[in-house]
Design a binder for this molecule. Structure first.
Ligand code: GLY
Length: 407
């Protein structure tokens, strides 16, 4: 087992706190639902409040996923109050229709984030309610994702017009888009989806995971030969550092890769990326937006304060809880315990309890922070963000029941 002794001194979230946090989060979702049924929660809050937005960003699936998680919770915990669950069911259906329109009319789908959009919204709706429109939308989204495949290099191109040298790259986040492809193969029997997913995973893990277990955010390939060219950060602090959320996508990415392939090499990679993440947490266990800052001195951080990204902790917790299903007992207990410690830290320092303070669920996330060494815009810094809220709710749900995953 790796040396993660530091984590021994932290408390785990208890089943009672999980239940209380779930109840509070679901209450919050019901309270804001009227504003976010025909509209969506955007990627990030401003002053901790989300404003209603259109279904045009890569992030809109997370809010719909929260609706489905809250719906499941109410059916499970309060079957005597079916009216509340019905409100969520109806809102979820409205949103599924919007996702069907979006993919049929190809509105802002010229990128790889079809899984982030369609797994927690439409795959979830289909699994929970058998909604055929949701299934149709998710299969169309999987077809759209296949159009991003670059045979030369064998990867799904993340952003930008296809084939341009400046865009000839994959990004680590895409590992969470792949469950949509595996699901599409399970539903249709057509192996074209899972074949592309397998090729992409293979290329991604060979290039984005560094020998010390840290990860590149993005990796370029030569468009003529397909040979790996170079790694480059987009949302991290600098080339060579580890962007916290990218590392967390790597953790959950390895768990879902193992879930669908049962390839034991993904277990080893899971240990490497997870242990790097855990070893680079600050004392309050809420990651800085880049893991680099954990090794800065107090003086450096006073001179140049760095925001946290609480969403990375929830994503990592979900990945550890998923992978723990497949690990030997000793390791499963250890990684489940780490996930519970991260969730206790979020519960203590980031969870929204005062609904006048925010209409989100979790404070202190960072979407995109500018640094002297990256080309990022500065937005959604130290705010709520929609995936931070979604994965918080997913992690609590995983800790409360035997949950059938949307991914
Ligand atoms: N997938 C983009 C992000 O995590 O910000």
């Amino acid at each position: 087992m790796p040396d993660l002794c530091k984590l021994e001194n932290y408390e785990e979230i208890t089943p009672e706190i999980v239940k209380a946090d779930l109840a509070c989060a679901v209450e919050q979702i019901l309270t804001v639902l009227p504003d976010f049924t025909d509209k969506f929660q955007p990627a990030y809050s401003i002053g901790n409040f989300y404003r209603p937005s259109e279904n045009t960003d890569w992030t809109n699936g997370f809010w719909t996923g929260e609706i489905w998680l809250a719906y499941e919770y109410l059916k499970r915990i309060h079957p005597e109050e079916p009216e509340k669950a019905s409100l969520l069911y109806d809102a979820g259906k409205v949103q599924v229709k919007s996702f069907l329109t979006r993919i049929e009319q190809k509105i802002s789908v010229d990128h790889h984030d079809m899984g982030f959009l369609y797994s927690p919204s439409c795959v979830a709706a289909y699994k929970l309610t058998g909604d055929e429109d949701a299934k149709k939308a998710a299969i169309l989204a999987a077809d759209q994702l296949l159009t991003r495949f670059q045979p030369v290099g064998a990867f799904l191109q993340a952003w930008g017009p296809m084939n341009e040298k400046a865009n000839y790259r994959l990004i680590i986040d895409c590992l969470l888009n792949l469950p949509l492809l595996f699901w599409a193969t399970e539903e249709t029997g057509e192996t074209k989806y899972s074949e592309i997913a397998l090729k992409h995973i293979h290329t991604a893990v060979q290039n984005v995971i560094r020998p010390d277990g840290s990860t590149w955010h993005t990796f370029f390939f030569d468009p003529v030969t397909g040979n790996p060219d170079h790694g480059e950060t987009c949302q991290g602090y600098r080339n060579g550092s580890a962007w916290s959320r990218g590392q967390a996508w790597g953790i959950y990415g390895m768990a879902v890769a193992y879930r669908y392939t049962k390839d034991p090499s993904y277990i080893d990679l899971f240990y490497r990326v997870t242990d790097y993440f855990l070893q680079h947490l600050p004392d309050d266990l809420i990651p800085y937006w880049d893991l680099e800052f954990t090794s800065w001195t107090k003086e450096q951080l006073l001179d140049d304060p760095q925001p946290k990204d609480s969403s990375s902790a929830s994503i990592a917790a979900c990945g550890m809880l998923e992978m723990s299903k497949y690990l030997p007992k000793e390791q499963a207990d250890a990684y489940t315990g780490y996930a519970k410690k991260l969730m206790k830290a979020i519960s203590d320092t980031c969870a929204v309890r005062d609904l006048t303070r925010s209409n989100g669920l979790v404070l202190h996330s960072t979407y995109s922070n500018h640094s002297p060494y990256n080309t990022c815009n500065h937005y959604g810094v130290d705010e709520c963000n929609s995936w931070g809220d979604y994965f918080y709710l997913e992690a609590l749900t995983r800790l409360d029941c035997d949950w059938e995953v949307y991914w």
